[in-house]
Ligand binder design. Structure first.
Ligand SMILES: *[C@@H]1O[C@H](CO)[C@@H](O)[C@H](O)[C@H]1NC(C)=O
Ligand SMILES: *[C@@H]1O[C@H](CO)[C@@H](O)[C@H](O)[C@H]1NC(C)=O
Ligand SMILES: *[C@@H]1O[C@H](CO)[C@@H](O)[C@H](O)[C@H]1NC(C)=O
Ligand SMILES: [Fe+2]
Ligand SMILES: [Fe+2]
Length: 758
């Protein structure tokens, strides 16, 4: 039986449990509710989860087995936690309290991925120890060549008559496609929050290129080309019966989406995007891996076709992600530009540090990249398991026990990662390498049964030894093997991420408490609710009122009032496109086109721009035009929105930033405000402060903005409340603009005069 344990030792032990161990392997995370009690051992109390308790019940929460509740025990806790994050991160503005936990979870995922990658630093991207653009190019070239070669080998095998390698039959393929839905429904999410108006202006060249990839994931504003839409169509074709990805229903266990690796990958994508300023290099690295072409995509495309299923989603990704002109190329170019920027502004050692952060993002994507294993494929060797001789020996023992698993008495209530030992050892399931790896990962992190590095304190060994409940189920030499396995388990260093990238650690709570809306993103403190309480006489909304071209030339605009509004207003619709599952609507697609216009992307053609867009050097958007006006007014050039708002403070600008963080709550208001600002852009097309070329560019932007917003307004027609909000937003914006131009902007006669607005 267990030795006497002194009270302080217990507390120490509990602390270590909380801090370091895991099914989720939450290495570096600070102590938080969601990490507590996640050990399924019989004598560990399950504690309520703060993020879970905060699940909103406005939807039908009553039939959701809420994670953390007893009746939901058939879902492993880790899976429940990922599902919970999946839902909340797609509805973030309703769950602002998720932010610190999200940052912690992101850090722990980065740490976990790094720890694994560092076991073989001579392989993969970590092998490029010293960054140069040549080294990076060469590395990616070699990776690409490897994939090509693997593909040729596969094709040769298949030609020689060998069977499909991913799916045995249609049913299995459908199962796989359906299990992939959580991750495919967030396609593009890792870039969802990039290229914000709060991005320092000098970095916009970099973030714009990354945003171009996002834009293509979103079909460049054509909903039918939107990748999530394409996958949704596929799900309909196979009769998946899945609801929309951002609903509470989607994470319900009834849908049988139980592949942990998929949920984890999906959540990692949502998480890494969340802090686009702090984790920019990690995002760019993640993007560079993610956009690389994988065997999985190519095999799936081919085998789906063979099985008579629609391969379009995968075919699309083979062509769009190509290494020459596609996403792979853009992603690499973005990293090169970023590291060069750091080198030029902060020097060589900062550039190398940036490179390590890029590597970290890259390994996170790589770690999470493969989909679930189909049942028929489980017998295949796994190239990274077993990871060492100790694992191989332990697995051999459990394999031998599998047929008699029910005879191992280990406390019937004991579950490992949500399954009983008997379940784990089902002979056909236990034949799977992925399954075995998961089993060992859960077991090795299961306090107090296994204490990494110390078999003498591990309850599993006590139970297997003389006097223990499981004595006799293992021979002495088998117990020795298990001991050696436990003794060689490493205790991960929770500081690993910070040490590897050479940053000083910042606690999430502190980082998020010190946020400044002019600098940070996202800022969702509960108190930041916005008071834009202008009242307007209700009017039938009409495009004529909103989109009437301005017929005035602002003779003497007050630039100290114009500039803060000019630089801030592009924030208004930015957040409409940050969650891929919400981008397949007509409104979101129109907003994609509007944002493209505002940021200086070329007008959408019928094809995919890819590297063409990245190579364009004349890309001028609202920010660049704002800088030109500042320059020609003889004013100091701001380098960021923060500087703009320090030089020319504007309470209204800060309010716009605040509302812009809540597109779900205020769609009509934001669109209306955006429509009003088209009026400002339009007025400036005749400003003396812009060159002739720039005026022409601005005219094009205005035309594209109007086209997009008209479509949005059309879409709102049936929603009286949002229509009224559009109207209100337009009125508020217009009053503010007229105030700084000191003239009436829109001349339509039946429009309420500015007196009514104030
Ligand atoms: C909630 O779910 C229950 C049980 O499935 C159902 O009877 C009820 O109608 C649902 N309520 C709403 C508001 O959807
Ligand atoms: C990368 O480039 C540097 C300098 O050109 C070189 O010293 C280094 O060994 C190269 N290779 C790797 C893998 O870092
Ligand atoms: C993190 O901590 C460092 C050093 O304590 C500090 O200089 C930096 O501003 C902090 N960063 C954030 C985002 O709070
Ligand atoms: Fe995609
Ligand atoms: Fe892509």
């Amino acid at each position: 039986m267990p030795v006497n344990i002194h009270i302080p030792t217990i507390w120490q032990a509990v602390f270590v449990v909380i801090l370091v161990f895991v099914p989720i392997k939450v290495y570096g995370a600070t102590v938080r509710g969601f990490l507590r009690g996640r050990f399924e051992g019989e004598n560990v109390e399950s504690q309520p989860l703060p993020p879970v308790n905060a699940l909103d019940n406005e939807k039908n929460a009553s039939n959701l087995a809420v994670p953390g509740r007893r009746q939901d025990n058939d879902q492993p806790r880790e899976l429940r936690i990922y599902k919970d994050f999946y839902y909340k991160l797609q509805n973030l503005e309703r769950f602002p309290e998720t932010l610190p936990q999200s940052r912690d979870l992101l850090l722990s995922l980065l740490t976990e991925a790094l720890a694994d990658a560092l076991k073989k630093p001579e392989q993969g991207i970590l092998s490029v120890e010293h960054y140069t653009s040549e080294n990076l190019t060469k590395f990616l070239q070699i990776e690409n060549d490897k994939t090509t070669q693997e593909w040729e080998e596969y094709v040769a095998r298949r030609k020689a008559g060998s069977p499909t390698e991913m799916f045995q039959d249609r049913e299995e393929a459908k199962w796989w496609l359906r299990q992939m839905a959580p991750v495919k429904y967030v396609d593009g999410a890792w870039l969802g929050h990039i290229n914000k108006i709060t991005t320092p202006f000098a970095l916009r060249r970099v973030t714009k290129d990354a945003w171009q990839v996002l834009s293509e994931e979103l079909g460049d504003g054509d909903p039918h080309k939107n990748h999530v839409y394409v996958y949704r169509e596929l799900m309909e074709e196979i009769g998946s019966g899945l609801p929309e990805a951002d609903t509470l229903d989607f994470i319900h266990p009834q849908h049988q989406l139980n592949e942990k690796c998929i949920w984890k990958a999906a959540v990692a994508q949502l998480l890494i995007s969340l802090f686009p300023h702090e984790f920019l290099p990690e995002i760019l690295g993640f993007n560079m891996h993610f956009e690389g072409l994988t065997m999985e995509t190519m095999k799936a495309a081919r085998e789906l076709e063979e099985l008579g299923l629609n391969p379009y989603y995968f075919v699309l990704h083979i062509s769009i992600d190509n290494a020459d002109s596609g996403h792979t190329a853009i992603a690499m170019q973005t990293v090169i530009r970023y590291v060069e920027h750091v080198r030029q502004t902060q020097g060589e050692s900062a550039a190398q540090q940036a490179w390590r952060r890029v590597q970290t993002g890259f390994v996170l994507s790589k770690e999470l990249s493969s989909g679930p294993e189909c049942p028929s494929q489980r017998h295949r060797p796994h190239n990274s398991f077993p990871r060492n001789i100790h694992e191989a020996e332990v697995i051999k023992i459990f394999e031998a026990k599998a047929p008699v698993a029910h005879k191992i008495h280990c406390g019937s209530r004991l579950t490992i990662g949500g399954r009983t030992l008997v379940d784990w050892l089902q002979p056909d399931a236990f034949a799977g390498k992925r399954w075995q790896m998961e089993f060992l990962d859960y077991l090795s992190n299961m306090q107090p049964w296994v204490r990494r590095g110390d078999s003498s304190k591990s309850k599993l060994i006590h139970e297997l030894s003389w006097g223990g409940k499981m004595f006799g189920s293992f021979t002495q030499s088998e117990v020795d093997v298990v001991k050696r396995w436990i003794d060689t388990l490493e205790i991960p260093n929770p500081q690993l991420y910070w040490l590897f990238v050479g940053r000083s650690e910042n606690m999430s709570d502190q980082v998020l408490q010190k946020q400044d809306i002019r600098v940070d993103y996202p800022v969702l403190s509960p108190t930041s609710m916005v008071d834009l309480s202008y009242e307007l006489t209700p009017l039938t909304p009409s495009p004529l009122l909103y989109f009437h071209p301005a017929s005035i030339t602002p003779a003497n605009p007050d630039m100290s009032k114009v500039l803060p509004l000019w630089f801030t207003n592009p924030c208004l619709l930015e957040s409409f496109v940050c969650v891929p599952s919400k981008t397949t609507t007509i409104i979101a697609s129109s907003v994609v086109r509007l944002l493209r216009a505002q940021s200086g992307f070329d007008a959408e053609g019928s094809g995919v721009a890819g590297m063409d867009e990245v190579r364009r050097i004349d890309s001028v958007g609202l920010v660049e035009l704002g800088l030109e006006m500042t320059r020609r007014s003889g004013l100091r050039q701001p380098t960021s929105l923060k500087e703009v708002l320090e030089s020319w403070p504007s309470e209204f600008a800060c309010k716009m930033l605040q509302v812009s963080m809540r597109p779900m709550a205020h769609p009509g208001l934001l669109l209306g405000l955006a429509a009003a600002f088209v009026g400002l852009h339009d007025a400036m097309t005749s400003s003396k402060l812009l060159s002739t070329t720039s005026k022409a560019v601005l005219k094009q932007i205005v035309r594209r903005e109007r086209d997009s917003l008209k479509i949005c307004l059309d879409e709102l027609q049936d929603d009286k409340i949002e229509c009224a909000e559009f109207h209100r937003g337009h009125g508020i914006g217009r009053a503010e603009i007229e105030n700084c131009l000191d003239q009436n902007l829109v001349m339509a006669e039946d429009f309420p005069s500015s007196k009514m607005l104030s």
